[in-house]
Structure formats: structure tokens, C-alpha cells
Write a protein that binds this ligand. Structure first.
Ligand SMILES: [Zn+2]
Ligand SMILES: [Zn+2]
Length: 161
């Protein structure tokens, strides 16, 4: 069996910094200052099995709909091989939105996986959140946005996810 926690103090996100000087700060409660850093800390959380952190950094309105057991299994049953952030762009809007394209590699019973994804993020009350594409945001286009910004959905997250 492989050990989940890396033996070296290097951050699992591949930044080259130690965990304590990188994603560990965000896992400990400091809000990630950008969508890219939040994305990196979420990857590290998968490596380290920090499923509660994955939940806490997902858009609050989506948190109770997450498949926590599935996330925990995916986290623990995979050997995480690396993260590459391909592109990170702040899109604007109020509140601010961002998109991060990344490639994650992991290994499980089925073999090795390489997955590229473009994820959407929104900043609410000074904190960045991941918008989970597997949990539908239920709102009409003219309804208040589910992110809690107070803007209409169509002018807020619907325009950026
Ligand atoms: Zn890191
Ligand atoms: Zn929104």
C-alpha cells in the first residue's frame, strides 16, 4: 500500500515550496488569495485526503449536494501523480470570476489517468470558491445568483461558468 502523505515536505501541488509555505496555509484557514492558488490547494487536498476542505471551498449553495463519500474514496484510492496549471484567467464581473485550466494525473486500479479541466471560480465576501459543474445551479436567469452576490444570475455566475 502506498502512503498517502508525501514523505518529503514539498507541497503536493508541485509549486516547489514546502506544504507549510504553500497550500498548507490555506488548508489551515487562510483564504486563498487567488483562484489559481485555491485550485492548487484543492488538488493538494485531494492528495492529502482533506475532503472537508474540498467541501468548504466549493460554492456554499452547492456544499450539501456534494458526494462526500465519493470524493473521499477518489481521494484515498488514487495515487496522485501531479498537477499542472495550464492557464489562469481573471474574467472580471462583480463579484470577480476566474477560470483555471489544469491537468491532473493520478493512478488507480483502472490505470493511469490524465484529466484536463477548465474550472470556474467566484469570489464572495473576500473568499474564492470553486463552482462545481456536477451540481446544477438552480436559478432562473433573472433570479438572484445562487452565489449570494445579489446580482442577477445571468449577469453573475451564469455568464462565467
Ligand atoms: Zn501547494
Ligand atoms: Zn454568482
Amino acid at each position: 500500500m502506498s502512503e498517502q502523505r508525501p514523505l518529503t515536505p514539498n507541497c503536493p501541488c508541485g509549486s516547489g515550496n514546502t506544504l507549510d509555505q504553500c497550500c498548507g496555509r490555506y488548508h489551515a484557514g487562510t483564504p486563498a488569495p487567488s483562484a489559481e492558488l485555491l485550485m492548487r490547494s484543492r488538488y493538494s487536498a485531494y492528495v492529502l485526503g482533506l475532503v472537508d476542505y474540498l467541501q468548504a471551498t466549493t460554492l456554499p449553495v452547492q456544499q450539501t449536494a456534494l458526494d462526500m463519500d465519493g470524493m473521499r474514496r477518489w481521494s484515498l484510492d488514487s495515487t496522485w501523480l501531479g498537477l499542472e496549471v495550464n492557464e489562469s484567467a481573471v474574467l472580471g464581473g462583480k463579484p470577480e470570476h476566474a477560470r483555471v485550466t489544469f491537468t491532473a494525473r493520478w493512478h488507480d486500479q483502472a490505470g493511469e489517468h490524465v484529466h484536463q479541466e477548465r474550472s470556474a471560480f467566484v469570489q464572495c465576501d473576500g473568499k474564492w470558491y470553486f463552482i462545481d459543474p456536477t451540481v446544477p445551479l438552480k436559478a432562473g436567469r433573472n433570479d438572484p445568483c445562487p452565489c449570494g452576490s445579489g446580482s442577477k444570475f445571468k449577469k453573475c455566475c451564469a455568464a462565467y461558468v
